[in-house]
Design a protein around this ligand. Structure first.
Ligand SMILES: C[S@@+](CC[C@H](N)C(=O)[O-])C[C@H]1O[C@@H](n2cnc3c(N)ncnc32)[C@H](O)[C@@H]1O
Length: 426
């Protein structure tokens, strides 16, 4: 298959084997944090996931380890990498995984099929990223989410002590990729691209890796020396600058308190529900607006109406929180998500929760249940019922508390009661 891309496995690093090792290290470098974002964006077990431009298939392996009941459809344009991914899938005994050769610009996959799409470090190599994002939009189910992850080489890697020549290296890298039709500073453009392709609920996050947390070695592997060496060979980077970087880099590794810091940009969008003919057929009777108004309102507004109608329907077969812990968790979700009826088995993200709500919910739960929680606890227990079960056993028994802790709890309760009275009095 002929294609235009600023990425070619042959010639990107020293050889194919070392390039695959570099890609592997690049997955390892960010995976733990990336996974938190995927969960936050609504990825959960049992979903139909599509991975676009999967390379050697390393992300698919990680996805199925985290979501074993999901099904991953992967595709990749480079036949060598398709074969590598197929071999890896056999080696790793991945059953719910398939990989085939196709382009993100024309996948050949059916319309409206996937719950979640991941396109990692692919758009930056394309001359038509909008075409690619539109194709991903097409194959997503209405209401499905797509995540696009890319670099922006102006904000690539920073170090302490500073290596000023890294700027020259990344400038040279950008020129080389642009000469091949790529867009190495695409990170900042992602939200705009998703908007052009029709996505709604767009958000941009930064995933980072720091040597103090992940160690130095993984950075050495994920950056590799093959790329700068090739830039020198191809005349994009002066040999003496490369030597200076190599010299300062080894000095940095011997400096106490040194830091290596790198980031990638994650942009998420949701396929609007207006493409769904069901919207008009099934829900038109619930709409407050006339047909004329439906035509003239924005897709976002239309989607909000759809969600609203969906929620009022949900109230009828509402799965009521029963236990005292479930009721407490439900009250907190209701207050923060601004919704009156939340079924105990409704998923946090489907209930309208997102990155801005999660820390507030965690803070309230910690106070209510006198326990320590993290946002990951919320993503790992994404319903009221699961969260209630998770926090309840952690609740500290009164007799285990010191007298000052008991006093603090009593004080908090008095404050809460006062706050309630203040609210009632208006
Ligand atoms: C930097 S690698 C990233 C691989 C993988 N997504 C990962 O994160 O490990 C970029 C990948 O995009 C693939 N690619 C480039 N152009 C493509 C296209 N038009 N359609 C599908 N894949 C493409 C490349 O062959 C390569 O495997």
């Amino acid at each position: 298959m002929h294609y235009q891309s600023s990425y070619k496995i042959q010639g990107f690093s020293a050889d194919e084997k070392s390039e695959i090792e570099r890609l592997k290290a690049q997955v390892e470098l960010f995976w733990d944090k990336e996974l938190v974002f995927y969960k936050m964006f609504g990825l959960k077990d049992g979903m139909k996931i599509v991975e676009c431009g999967c390379g050697p298939g390393l992300v698919g392996q990680k996805l199925l380890a985290a979501f074993p009941n999901s099904y991953v459809t992967a595709f990749e344009i480079d036949p060598i990498l398709v074969e590598t991914a197929q071999n890896n899938a056999r080696l790793w005994k991945l059953e719910r995984y398939e990989v085939s050769e196709s382009s993100i610009l024309n996948t050949g996959l059916f319309n409206d099929t996937y719950d979640f799409a991941i396109t990692r470090l692919v758009l930056e190599h394309l001359s038509d990223p909008v075409g690619a994002v539109k194709e991903v939009y097409r194959i997503l189910k209405p209401g499905g989410k797509a995540v696009f992850i890319d670099n922006d080489f102006e904000f690539h890697m920073r170090t302490y002590p500073d290596i000023s020549e890294l700027k020259d290296l990344y400038n040279a890298y950008c020129v080389a990729r642009q000469d091949e039709g790529g867009k190495p500073k695409i990170g900042r453009e992602l939200p705009g691209l998703l908007k052009l392709a029709g996505f709604s609920n767009i958000d941009l996050q930064i995933v980072n890796a720091h040597s103090e947390i992940v160690g130095d070695q993984i950075f050495l592997k994920s950056e590799g020396s093959g790329i700068p060496a090739k830039l020198v060979k191809d005349g994009y980077l002066a040999g003496e600058i490369y030597s200076k970087i190599a010299h300062k880099w080894s000095k940095l590794l011997n400096t106490e308190g040194h830091s290596i810091f790198r980031q990638m940009f994650l942009c998420v969008g949701k396929k609007v529900l207006t493409d769904e003919p069901i919207f008009e057929e099934k829900h038109a009777e619930h709409c407050f607006l006339s047909e004329q108004n439906i035509d003239s309102q924005s897709p976002q507004l239309e989607e909000k109406e759809y969600e609203k109608n969906k929620l009022s329907e949900q109230k009828e077969d509402y799965d009521e929180p029963i236990t005292s812990a479930e009721k407490k968790v439900a009250r907190i979700w209701s207050e923060i998500l601004g919704r009156e009826w939340i079924g105990k088995n409704e998923n946090f993200f489907e209930a309208g929760g997102g990155s801005i709500h999660a820390p507030q919910i965690v803070e309230h739960l910690e106070k209510e249940f006198q326990t320590k929680l993290s946002i990951i606890d919320l993503f790992d227990h994404p319903t009221i019922a699961l969260l209630a079960k998770h926090v309840e056993p952690q609740k500290v028994k009164k007799e285990d508390l010191s007298s000052s802790q008991r006093q603090e709890i009593r004080f908090q309760k008095i404050l809460q009661r006062r706050e309630k009275i203040r609210k009632i009095k208006g």
